[in-house]
Design a protein around this ligand. Structure first.
Ligand code: MN
Length: 331
């Protein structure tokens, strides 16, 4: 399919890479894989060649890990976000107008400043929303502020007013990792724990009442919904069965209603037709969008799978292009 749009496509800056534990990443992913990723995070030309070859017109770029969420000093995080948004605009978006757009980096260490920066990024830099790498550390590496936390609602208020989506991207669970991963370090990260961490984060949002207060908010999940198309029906059923028990949810509606009215999912890093069909079944075909997760994934893998997947051409056009164009108001 020609003219595809991809939404979970990562870049970096020198400053971000300096804060990144690349030795840990090389141990986790393999040296050669990480060297390749590192190089391609900065290289617009290779990316565009691959996009051309596999029918992707437009990529929405975002800063890769570690991003702003792990900066312990709040003021430093706020400044980092501003610099990052200016750099991504200057290095990628402006030289390749129409091919690249971006999701803003925001520092939720200070939700008001994050709202200000999102507004600046949307109104002055033309960014299409924000991408957040999971929970935010507040002052200590073992602290976590998830996006349902009460202080963050000030940020969500700004998001609702700006009417742009927030992409909830995975992050490693808080150290120390749960004992269940002992002896199996390969389960930590993108193969397994990212999905569980992010699915739980999304469930917190659904149960918090956030979408009752702001019914038009839109959250995008990668990786075909991080397992939620499969997991949510049981969550909903069990919450119903134990409704007289402890800790009833603060939300007014069923999780499946929020999932199909406040969430979108992309195909990033999950190139599997049965999972996509399940995702369409739970969310509707207008809420699933093509993505790659470049450079952690190959554009070739994503596009050759998607272009040949046994769905109607009508659905392929919506998932491959039209849903993203409508949601992000692309020209
Ligand atoms: Mn990603």
């Amino acid at each position: 399919m020609k003219g595809k749009v991809a939404l979970e496509e990562h870049v970096s800056t020198e400053e971000n890479n300096k804060r990144w534990d690349l030795r840990f990443e090389a141990a986790r992913h393999g040296k050669q894989y990480m060297a390749n990723v590192e190089r391609r995070l900065f290289d617009a030309e290779t990316r565009l060649e691959e996009m051309d070859r596999f029918g992707i017109d437009t990529a929405i770029l975002s800063l890769t890990t570690p991003g702003a969420q792990s900066i312990l000093d709040s003021n430093q995080a706020v400044d980092f976000a501003k610099r990052t948004n200016d750099l991504i605009t200057k290095n990628f978006v402006e030289p390749h107008q129409g091919r690249f757009y971006a999701f803003a980096t925001v520092a939720l260490q200070n939700p008001r400043a994050a709202g200000d920066e999102l507004e600046r990024a949307v109104k002055h830099l033309g960014m299409k929303g924000a991408l957040v790498n999971g929970y935010t550390n507040l002052g200590k590496t073992d602290s976590a502020q998830y996006l349902d936390a009460e202080p963050v609602w000030e940020f969500w208020d700004r998001v609702a007013k700006l009417d742009v989506p927030v992409y909830l991207h995975p992050r490693d669970s808080l150290p120390p990792q749960p004992q269940i991963y002992d002896g199996y370090p390969c389960l930590v990260g993108s193969p397994w724990s990212f999905g569980l961490e992010t699915a739980t984060h999304a469930a917190r949002l659904m149960l918090s009442g956030l979408f009752d207060k702001y019914p038009t908010l839109t959250v995008i999940l990668g990786h075909l919904g991080e397992g939620l198309p499969q997991l949510l029906p049981r969550l909903e059923w069990r919450l119903h069965m134990q409704r007289e028990g402890m800790n009833p949810p603060k939300a007014n509606r069923k999780v499946s209603e929020y999932f199909s009215q406040n969430f979108y999912a992309t195909t990033s890093g999950h190139f599997h037709t049965k999972s996509m069909l399940n995702c369409i079944g739970e969310m509707g075909v207008d809420r699933v969008m093509f993505s790659v997760d470049y450079p952690y994934e190959e554009i070739r893998s994503a596009a050759t799978w998607f272009d040949a997947a046994p769905i109607s051409e009508n659905d392929r056009t919506r998932i491959g292009r039209d849903n993203a164009r409508r949601l992000l108001r692309l020209p």
